[in-house]
Design a protein around this ligand. Structure first.
Ligand code: GRF
Length: 235
């Protein structure tokens, strides 16, 4: 059964290729690129949080892989540069995935972003993308990792019949939902829950947790408590 080791600090992750962002402040906030695919309720909460004068990060670009993502409207409302970069219709397979990703990487670089946040971005990144941003690439996942990784966390939670779920903010590594954990918040699962009701409850927790975790991480990444999800059978 996987478990989480807590208490590591950022330097201990460097041997695994993670590079910390600079420590930021409200006077010199860390510049974020936020990647989305859908409604962007998390993005909306983040942008609202960034209106706060004591916030140590600001969003400099929002990128969606879907042209009709509702989240792009939130970026518009807050006057944040935004763009959609969908998969090309002209090519297919791995080539198509790599081409789209390279346009995303270019847009991030042009924006001057220093940290990338996956806020409901429904594409799996290639190892090349991850290696360029490792340590400065954060994901919000709607379960208590290492439990229920993948794209159908709520379905899997309900099928398993557990009475607790939650959300996880973590650094991204080359595998899916396995990177070092920055913070988690639990929520109850009720017997009558549907995917929608559970998702709504988890999102409420996410919206409190992740702007705050970003604040603390951006201010002092080198002393942030980092947990690893590991398989104790391999220790
Ligand atoms: C969130 O539940 C997040 O954990 C997951 O995707 C969902 C995004 O929702 N990765 P929204 O687009 O921010 O409303």
């Amino acid at each position: 059964m996987p478990t989480i080791l807590r208490g590591a600090r950022f330097p201990s992750t460097m041997s695994r290729g993670f590079m910390a962002p600079r420590a930021s402040s409200p006077e010199n906030p860390l510049r974020l690129a936020v990647l989305i695919s859908g409604s962007g309720s998390g993005l909306a909460t983040l942008l609202k949080h960034q209106q706060n004068k004591s916030c140590a990060h600001k969003t400099v670009i929002v990128i969606s892989d879907k042209t009709d993502a509702g989240g792009l409207g939130h970026a518009e409302r807050y006057g944040v540069p935004n763009t959609s970069i969908p998969l090309s219709m002209r090519i297919s397979g791995l080539e198509r995935r790599i081409e789209q990703e390279s346009r995303v990487l270019d847009a991030i670089e042009e924006s001057g972003a220093e940290l990338v946040v996956l806020s409901g971005y429904m594409r799996i990144l290639t190892a090349d993308f991850v290696s360029r941003w490792k340590g400065r690439l954060i994901n919000i996942h709607p379960s208590l990792l290492p439990l229920f990784p993948g794209a159908h966390a709520h379905e899997d939670v309900l099928a398993e019949g557990v009475d607790e779920s939650g959300c996880t903010v973590h650094l991204v590594d080359e595998n899916v939902d396995t990177g070092p954990i920055l913070a988690q918040q639990t929520v109850p699962v009720h017997k009558e829950d549907t995917v929608d009701s559970l998702s709504e409850r988890v999102k409420k927790a996410e919206h409190v947790l992740y702007p705050d975790v970003l604040d603390r991480f951006c201010r002092n990444p080198l002393s942030f408590d980092i947990g690893w999800s590991v398989d104790i059978n391999q220790l």
